[in-house]
Design a protein around this ligand. Structure first.
Ligand SMILES: Nc1ncnc2c1ncn2[C@@H]1O[C@H](COP(=O)(O)OP(=O)(O)OP(=O)(O)O)[C@@H](O)[C@H]1O
Ligand SMILES: [Mg+2]
Length: 451
């Protein structure tokens, strides 16, 4: 009975709050304040953050009925992606639930379509390694007993899903094509990790809806609350990099394929360096290698139909707010590979150098990331600025390395740079760039480092 009472009360409160918010929104519209400016109001506490995210990602408010997260997910600029999310939602409604990936330190899920085919990998914010609903108690234990050894002191906690989304954006803006498309999505499933209160509330509301339909009809939401997280498209036919790299040692690749792999590898290096990924082990990138014609009777002499592709997955531990140089260096594991000893190719230089050395491009990229990160509940502008200062420093080093014909190993050995926006500086347009940023070099070596 207590449950029903709680459920009804909180729902009445939801209705009240929603009415206040819609009323306020109407007043704002009347005063000519556009929805794109609600963000500042959200930060001042007038709007709940979830409403702001909702207005940014879906452009429509949560409806008063229904159990689905579908109300939140709209991708007008990307109907193909929207269609995939819709298929995932329909599958969940039909009882094909996301399945937790057993490995890993956080709650990550394979999301399927109604036939059970995997569509993507969903990583809810609340189930990140240090999220309050992380299903793996070992992480909680680490945090409690030995926080300095396990957390990454250079990263803002619980922003992993944004890091995943932002990595995909950087990949697209640079034309690298190595990160499977990743966006922020709301999903709800009973296989996600919810606390007892949420489950009890949901049961209470369902019960109240059955018993007192008149009241129940006004519930903001009857089922479990949708979770916000990153949704990355699933790529098929890939193996962990380690698997293929070992095989390539035993069976060297034909020259044209080796070149393709080298080119893909350089794109991975560029991505990781720009976003300063702190978790690029060889288990966090995948390789797909298809030898067409294999096993067709006679040996095909020309293997030029082969194709090799890299997928950079698990980008949730990137965009640090300072260089990781105190205790642990979080090296890029690819720096030990033979591919890292080869200077960047002309093709790679042509692909990215003009963009990376254009300060307007960099500024636009920072602005795009600001739009993404500011939607998060824990957003802190000062910390974000620091994240961008690190990223600008990385970009500066990378452009120099590309101009100087350096190898990836030489790149990671360059002194760390931070490019901060000057306090007195302009707004980051080309005319004022000379005075708008300050560079700081860090030559201190990390305590644990492989170079
Ligand atoms: N986009 C993808 N396409 C195909 N397979 C994927 C994709 N993303 C993840 N996987 C598979 O799921 C596994 C776990 O993914 P991921 O490393 O991103 O999760 P995680 O929970 O962060 O794990 P960990 O903490 O071990 O890094 C990967 O090793 C890979 O096999
Ligand atoms: Mg991983």
């Amino acid at each position: 009975m207590g449950c029903i009472y709680n459920g009804v009360c909180s729902s009445l409160f939801d209705i009240f709050l929603w009415q206040q918010v819609t009323h306020l929104a109407a007043v704002m519209e009347h005063c000519g304040i556009s929805p794109s400016r609600y963000g500042s109001l959200s930060k001042s506490g007038l709007f709940s953050n979830s409403l702001w995210i909702c207005s940014k990602f879906s452009l429509s408010p949560p409806l008063h009925s229904g159990n689905s997260s579908g109300d939140f997910n709209h991708f007008p600029g990307d109907p193909e992606f929207g269609d995939i999310i819709q298929r995932a939602e329909q599958a969940i409604e039909g009882g094909v639930f996301p399945e937790r990936i057993s490995q890993g330190s956080s709650g990550s899920y394979f999301v399927k379509d109604s036939k059970g085919k995997i569509l993507g990998v969903f990583k809810p914010k609340s189930e990140e390694p240090y999220g309050h609903l992380n299903p793996k108690w070992t992480k909680y234990f680490h945090k409690l007993c030995c926080p300095c050894c396990f957390g990454r002191g250079c990263l803002i906690p619980n922003q992993g899903y944004l890091s995943e989304v932002a990595a995909s954006h950087v990949d697209t803006r640079l034309g690298l094509g190595v990160v499977p498309k990743t966006k922020a999505v709301y999903l709800v499933s009973e296989t996600f990790h919810y606390n007892t209160i949420d489950r009890a509330k949901s049961r209470g509301k369902k019960y109240a809806l059955e018993m007192v339909p008149k009241v129940g009809r006004h519930f903001h939401r009857v089922g479990l609350p949708p979770k916000l997280g990153s949704f990355q498209l699933f790529v098929e036919g890939y193996h962990e990099a380690d698997y293929w790299l070992r095989r390539f040692e035993a069976e060297p690749l034909p020259e044209n394929i080796r070149k393709q792999l080298q080119s893909q590898f350089e794109r991975l290096v560029i991505l990781d360096y720009v976003i300063r990924n702190t978790d690029r082990g060889n288990d966090n990138w995948l390789i797909k290698y298809e030898k067409s014609g294999e096993g067709e009777g006679e040996k095909v002499s020309c293997v030029c139909v082969c194709a090799i592709q890299i997928a950079a997955i698990d980008n949730g531990l990137a965009f640090p707010f300072k260089h990781p140089d105190e205790w642990r260096a979080y090296p890029f594991h690819w720096a030990c590979l033979p591919q890292a000893k080869v200077p960047f190719s002309q093709e790679t230089r042509e692909l990215v150098l003009s963009r990376l050395s254009d300060m307007n491009f960099v500024q636009d990229l920072c602005e795009d990331l600001y739009e993404m990160f500011m939607a998060d509940k824990g957003f802190d502008k000062t910390m974000f600025e620091k994240q961008m200062s690190v990223m600008r420093g990385q970009i500066l080093n990378l452009s120099q390395a590309l101009k100087d014909n350096k190898t990836p190993i030489q790149l990671v050995q360059m002194p760390r740079v931070v490019v901060e926006r000057s306090r007195t500086g302009g707004q980051g347009r080309v005319v004022t760039l000379g005075t708008a940023f300050t560079q700081t070099f860090h030559c201190k070596r990390p305590f644990f480092s492989s170079w």
